[in-house]
Design a protein around this ligand. Sequence first.
Ligand SMILES: Nc1ncnc2c1ncn2[C@@H]1O[C@H](COP(=O)(O)OP(=O)(O)OP(=O)(O)O)[C@@H](O)[C@H]1O
Length: 803
Amino acid sequence: MGSIGGDELGLDVDETIFVAVAEDVERSKTTLLWAARNFSGKKICLLYVHRPARPASWTHKKLAGGTFRKHAVKVIERVDKQKVDELMDSYLRLLSKTEVQTDKLCIAGQNIEEGIVDLIARHNIKWFVMGAASDKHYSWRMTDLKSKKAIFVCKNAPDFCHIWFLCKGYLIFTRTTNDDTSNTQTMPPLVQLDSDTETRRSEKLESSYMRRRLRYWRSLLEQDGEKDTGQLEREKVEPSPTTHSSSGSGSSFGEPVGPEPASPDLVGSDTLTPSNVQERKREGNVAREVHRYDKAMHDISQSERTVYGEARNGWKEDDSTMEALCKAKALDGLCSKELSRRKKLEELLEKEKDEVKTVIEQNNGFMRKLQIVQGDNLRLESQITKLQDLEKEHGEKFDTAMELLKSFRQKRDEIRIDHENAIKEVNALKRLIKGKSVESSGSEMLDYSFMEINEATNEFDPSWKLGEGKYGSVYKGNLQNLQVAVKMLPSYGSQNHFEFERKVEILSRLRHPHLVTIMGTCPESRSVIYQYVPNGSLEDCFSSANNVPALPWESRIRIASEICSALLFLHSNVPCIIHGNLKPSKILLDSNLVTKISDYGISQLIPVNGIDKSDPHVDPHYFVSGEMTLESDVYSFGMILLQLLTRRPLSGVLRDVKCAVENDNISAVLDNSGGDWPIARGKKLANIAIRCCKRNPLNRPDLAVVLRNIDRMKAPLSEQSSYSSNQKPPRKPPSHYLCPIFQEVMKDPLIAADGFTYEAEAIREWLANGHDTSPMTNLKMEDCNLIPNHALHLAIQDWHNQW
Ligand SMILES: Nc1ncnc2c1ncn2[C@@H]1O[C@H](COP(=O)(O)OP(=O)(O)OP(=O)(O)O)[C@@H](O)[C@H]1O
């Protein structure tokens, strides 16, 4: 182990505090600064054992000797020394900030702790400071040495050396010497209170509680201190002026305190005189007292350490207690929170339970209801099955009934035909027996049941309704494949079924080409069954309803003639029949625009009352006399003529036409939509209308004359102009007077099943030849029945008579 530097220094080991420093400045910095702070007035000598570098190559045989090795060793030593110097400079720079005197003692050696012990022994080092452990091991509870080097030094250093072991700048352990009692005078003072330690501990004791505990322990210490001090004061003599008692009293726990080293040997070596002897004795006493004082202080410090250790344990326990208390408090809080939460949860649970209970009860209720419903359902299902069986049964019965009904209907139709044929035969026989003059007295009109009418009108389907007048509704119907119009008359009046049927039967005998044929009746429902006329009424033509095109003036004259002829026919009947309600809605038009007057003789079927006074077609004289007369029909006919001429609203039309005739300006009132009216014919027809509408019924013309005049107007214009006024134009019969087969005026007109009227001989021959189709339409006829057309027959006779 060789010296690097400082070994040869003439150090005063009593005045020097040796501080062991490591290779790493940072590691020993705190220890060094602690020494500089605490040993003011002393020299600080750095003690450094350097482990020199020893390259492995040195052991190589080739390099084991020779100049190279020597040279290399030198270089390494130089580098090492340089390093050591730099290191020492770093430490000295640290100390340069303090005012302590510094020195350094460096040796080289492979084992640091042995080097330290060697140095202590070699130089008789008395005051030595070194690290107890590296800083990272420090804790405030630390009391033991951790570093192997420190432990080694503590064990092996010579006894005369007083050693302070530090960690992170805090004194951890002090190794006193056996001679400390004798060395007391030379022990270096710790001039500075270890305020860092105090601060550090204070920081640790953050809580006020801990501070209180600290004060408590301090007071204990102070009491002990006072006690000791008291003892000391009793024992000690005057303290040395060099003694740093303040330092001692202010030292930190366990810090060794002592007076300024003042070895008697170092005081001086004057000659021994009695006074000197006294002086020496006194000084010796003082020194002993001082030493005792130091010892006492040391004991105190040891006691303090022990107490502090105990206090620390106490604090630890207190800490634990506090911690436990805090934990208990926290747990208490948690517990109460938990309890309240639990209470709330229990309340919620109770609520939930109640709700669940309610739901269960509801559920049970529903289940009970469900069971009832299921029971009902089963019952209903069985009932449904029964009903379905019944329905099936009834359906079968219904089908059977329908079959029966069908067969009954067929039978009924057959019987009806048989009945009709029988009547015809009876009539024929009667005619044979009583001669030609005998008219058929038996009714050929058919009676229908309500069921048949109901069936025919599709149960009085509203869409089949043709119209509704003041004497009831009219429905379109289908009876035995014939289109019919069923007029439902009101049931009021005194007529019984028989009376009603008889009157209808009388009316049904009236057969005229311009009268709607009555085909039958249903006394049960008080309805009259008419032949269906498909082309609307004259009213529709005047109002342009149903898109009916305007009638040409020729058709209007023809229609006037046909109305007149039908009226004449009704009036000529025995007993005469008054229409009593003649107006354009009663003038129906068939597919050839041939006139068919409906509703004739209705007043005989139901009591006619409440005739509308505002109706301009009604004879004003009726409102005077209260009686419908033949002239009343003439008046109504006159009003229809005025409408045919002018197609104007009836109010004021009579006055306008009169005016036009008087002013010889008939064209002003003629309806142009009918084409170019021949003025003469227009004027003539206007005169006839004016005459028909005379207020006095007696001044109204005879219909036969009127008919003749109108018929004359029917001839084509060319024909009429070629005849002189006294010459009669050739007799041209109306087209419907001609038999469609023979094309001659009919003598015995018969209505066939196709609805057309034929000469009896022509149609019988047609049928006799095996035809079952219509000569006009070529469609199959329902039957071969032929009904006399009396109305037409009479009209033809009338026509013959006129000429
Ligand atoms: N045989 C028929 N064929 C076709 N349509 C008919 C027939 N009879 C009547 N009608 C229609 O039925 C409608 C109603 O006729 P109905 O005679 O009951 O009343 P109206 O003449 O209009 O009025 P009211 O009888 O009150 O004077 C007529 O306007 C006509 O269009």
